[in-house]
Design a binder for this molecule. Structure first.
Ligand SMILES: Cc1ncc(COP(=O)(O)O)c(C=O)c1O
Length: 332
């Protein structure tokens, strides 16, 4: 990847004059079934540009509980676009019914719902996919309610691999999507936002206004193109490793010695690249420190929920080390 980056053909992207960035935007838009694409330095910027363009101040954005746009983007939707969120619980999921129930129409007292954001896969729901079959009626209902639809597809690649379908099959009826290259695909930087051509032209101006107009970004775009060509299919390996980890942890869970610390193992079916462990809340920080001491980096997201993510730098040998480490670290 580094070799390809060094050799990239570059120009000034502020003038839309960087051939490699242009190629990435066209390639991704085509792959995802949209007219045009826009490179952004982060998934957060791509999502927030979409929210800004799909809403007006005082609107409500509807999203599934604990979506990244709500929980982890530093309040950007409120700060930059003046919108508020309504959330559909993990339990109810986004369905036609839950959508229709949460929808607020435009009247004197309301903050009308104008945008639905679907995060696929859903990080805080343990990397759970939303399938084509689940999406179809949701898209239909959203359209009948006059909503815009944005997919936070930071890990859409994982969803498509887990469901054995093309990524664009998960985007029918969506007005926009953001996809990340800096997660499972292993590029150092970058996301692409896709939508209609005229909409992306407005997005380009918003990116510029927010300080995201960049010059020779072909060096970074080259890494994304390399990742698309070489790291997409291999996501299946990450999913296999996550499944192995899940089975191992489930075994520990049935062992009496671990029952004081290990409360639950959460991983969806089909699994993607994440396993969440539920431990006693006061043990969460201790567990991640014990694992860190053995060179394993995990994330305690609070209340004893600990996230494990498999990725292209995790080898089979690393999996053995992780299992050994967990066998001792999880003992009281
Ligand atoms: C689902 C989801 N969306 C968006 C983002 C934002 O990406 P970035 O960190 O590039 O801003 C993340 C980052 O973890 C994410 O998990």
């Amino acid at each position: 990847m580094l070799k390809v980056m060094f050799a990239a053909d570059v120009g000034d992207d502020v003038y839309a004059d960087d051939p490699t960035a242009n190629k990435l935007e066209e390639t991704v838009a085509h792959l995802l079934g949209f007219e045009a694409g826009l490179y952004t330095p982060s998934g957060t910027m791509a999502n927030q540009i979409a929210i800004n363009l799909h809403t007006k101040r005082g609107d409500t954005v509807l999203a599934e509980q604990d979506s990244h746009v709500y929980l982890f983007e530093a309040g950007a939707a409120a700060a930059l676009s003046g919108v508020q969120f309504d959330q559909i619980s993990h339990h109810d999921r986004i369905t036609s019914e839950s959508l229709a129930q949460s929808f607020k129409s435009d009247h004197l007292h309301s903050a009308p719902t104008t945008l639905l954001v679907v995060e696929n896969t859903h990080n805080r729901a343990s990397g759970r996919v939303t399938t084509k079959k689940e999406l179809a009626p949701v898209v239909e209902t959203a359209k009948s309610l006059g909503l815009n639809l944005h997919c936070d597809g930071a890990r859409l690649w994982n969803a498509a691999i887990a469901l054995n379908c093309k990524p664009k099959e998960l985007l029918h009826g969506f007005d926009s999507v953001s996809v990340c290259f800096s997660k499972g695909l292993g590029a150092p930087v970058g996301s692409v936002l896709c939508g209609k051509k005229s909409w992306i032209e407005t997005a380009r101006k918003t990116r510029k206004r927010w300080g995201g107009g960049m010059r020779q970004i072909g060096y970074l775009a080259a890494a994304c193109l390399y990742a698309l060509e070489n790291h997409l299919e291999r996501l299946a390996d990450d999913h296999t490793k996550a499944r192995t980890l899940k089975l191992f942890l489930e075994e520990l869970h049935t062992d009496k010695r671990y029952q004081e610390t290990l409360i639950d193992v959460k991983a969806p079916d089909p699994i993607t690249n994440m396993v969440y462990l539920q431990v006693r809340p006061e043990f969460g920080d201790e567990l991640i420190q014990r694992l860190k001491n053995k060179g394993i980096l995990t994330n305690h997201i609070g209340h004893g929920a600990v996230r494990f993510v498999t990725h292209l730098d995790i080898s089979d040998a690393d999996m053995h080390v992780t299992k050994d480490a967990l066998s001792t670290a999880l003992l009281h």
